[in-house]
Design a protein around this ligand. Sequence first.
Ligand SMILES: CC(C)(COP(=O)(O)OP(=O)(O)OC[C@H]1O[C@@H](n2cnc3c(N)ncnc32)[C@H](O)[C@@H]1OP(=O)(O)O)[C@@H](O)C(=O)NCCC(=O)NCCS
Length: 282
Amino acid sequence: MEAALEVDAYPGFNASDLDYEAVSIVGAPEGAAVSVERDVVCGYVSPRHDDLTVHPEFRRRGHGRRLFAAGLDLAARANELRLYVPLGGGGQAFARAMGMTYDSSMWLMYLAPDAAVPDPAWPSGVVVRTFGDWLPVRRYVALLNAAFTDHPGLASWTPAQVAHAHFRPDFDPSTITLVSPADRPDDPIAFVRVGVRPPEEGDPAPVGEVWLVGVLAEWRGRGLGRELLRASVAQLRALGAGRIKLSVEAENELALGLYRRTGFVPAVEWPHWTHPVAASGR
Ligand SMILES: CC(C)(COP(=O)(O)OP(=O)(O)OC[C@H]1O[C@@H](n2cnc3c(N)ncnc32)[C@H](O)[C@@H]1OP(=O)(O)O)[C@@H](O)C(=O)NCCC(=O)NCCS
């Protein structure tokens, strides 16, 4: 991953992103495949992360092609394989050779350190808590999956995967904020997970990230997403973050609008290409 990052210089990606992706892959290894040449792992495909990458020293030997076939198998339960295709390098030629077509983009958005964002004002009838022993991982994961059932792409998690991520030495339960109805405080209906990342090039301060925000369908439209976002910004700034980033599907207009109104500005476009799984004949 690091060798590819050095050569391909994907815009908006850094080593700490890869670190998180690696931990996420290891937490659910059945979701990824690797290519091996003479006992050396030289490429991998992880449909959940929209990622197919071959080590720069092992390219143009058919690894990408084999990984693509493995990716179609892994994506069998979705109806398409969706991958990030960087604009530079051989990515686009490869994607075309595999019969993929451009589908849509994700945006990496940033909030400037000095952008004024109001403190959260929670609607009445809810309680706000941070993650802790009161919420078993199994129920937390059920909430994540329920909030993302109608999301485009392969957004789903397993308890093992989330437990693995929570085993990281730097995991801080207070970076997960949950909202519950006041009369059922142990039954969360919305959440946000944030993180503080190392400064990126030119940043004087650490970079905050809003990783994942979700509200159960029946609780949408009451401002919970907006207040969770505001709470995230306040929390990240209190933790010393300068710029704050997040990524979003360009087609997820509701989320995109919410982020824009809060002051997030699109900075990097990550094009995604797809290939139907059923039409592959596999
Ligand atoms: C794109 C990438 C995965 C290709 O891996 P690879 O192992 O070199 O791919 P393969 O050897 O199996 O190539 C399969 C076909 O793709 C096309 N292709 C791959 N790289 C290409 C390049 N640099 N220029 C033109 N065509 C290319 C060719 O048609 C090739 O067939 P050929 O070798 O018979 O001509 C690799 O360059 C990479 O990891 N790039 C960075 C990440 C990325 O762009 N991922 C895209 C995911 S869709």
